[in-house]
Write a protein that binds this ligand. Sequence first.
Ligand code: PXP
Length: 248
Amino acid sequence: MSDTQLRLGVNIDHVATVRNARGGAYPDPLRAAKLAEEAGADGITAHLREDRRHISDADIEGLMAVLNVPLNFEMAATDEMQKIALRHKPHAVCIVPEKREERTTEGGLEVAREENRLAHFIAPLREAGCRVSIFIAADMKQIEAAHRIGAQVIELHTGAYCDAHAEGHVEERDRELEALREMSAYAHSLGLEVHAGHGLTYDTVQPVAAFPEVRELNIGHFLIGEAIFRGLTPAIREMRRLMDEARA
Ligand code: PXP
C-alpha cells in the first residue's frame, strides 16, 4: 500500500451487539473480522467498552490471535483498559470518550481539559509500541492538545456531519464538512496522521475520503447493517470502491 492510499478499518462491534442480544456464540465477531480482512479491510477496529456491551475480553484475545491485519483497539482512558492494552500490545490504540463528562459538545474526547492526565496515560502505550490515536471533534483546540500530549494520530469525529446529512440540514452538513476539511489539513500540518470515522455511510463517505490528508477511515455500524441485505463481503467491497473513487 502506498503512502497516500486511504485505509479502511472495519469496526466489528455490532456483530458482537447482535450476538449479545441472545447471549450465545452467534454471530461470531472473529468470523466477521476474517471475512472483512479477505474483503479488503486494511485493519479491524474493536471497542472494548467498560460495560462490555458488545466486544468482550475474549473477543480481543481472539482477534489478536487470528488477525493478519492490524487491530485498532478502541478504549476509554481508564487504568483497566490501559492494563489490557499493555497486555495485548495491539498495533493501534484509539482513546475514545465513554462518559458524558469526557466529551466535547461535538462528541469527541475533551483532551484540552485533561492534558496532563492523558499525556501520562498514553506514554506507556507509546513505549509499548502502540500507535496512539485520539478520537476528537474537528476543533483546533483539541487537535493542538492531542499534539502536545504526544499522540501520533487523531481520528476526527464525523458524527455531526453524518447526522446533519441524515436530517437533511444541508447548510449544517456543509459547515461540518468544511470544519473536517480544514482541521484535517491543520492536524496534518502539525505532523499528526489523520483518520476519520463515526456514522459514515455510502452517502457520506466520499467527501471525507477525498480529503488528501486523511489516511484511514473507520467504519462499522452501517457496514454491519448493510451486510444484512447484501452480505458482509459485498458491503465492504462497495465501501472500498466508493473510497477509491473519491480518492481518484
Ligand atoms: N471511530 C471511532 C473512534 C469510533 O468510536 C467508532 C464507533 O465505535 C467508529 C469510528 C465507527 O463508527 P460507526 O460504527 O458509526 O461507523
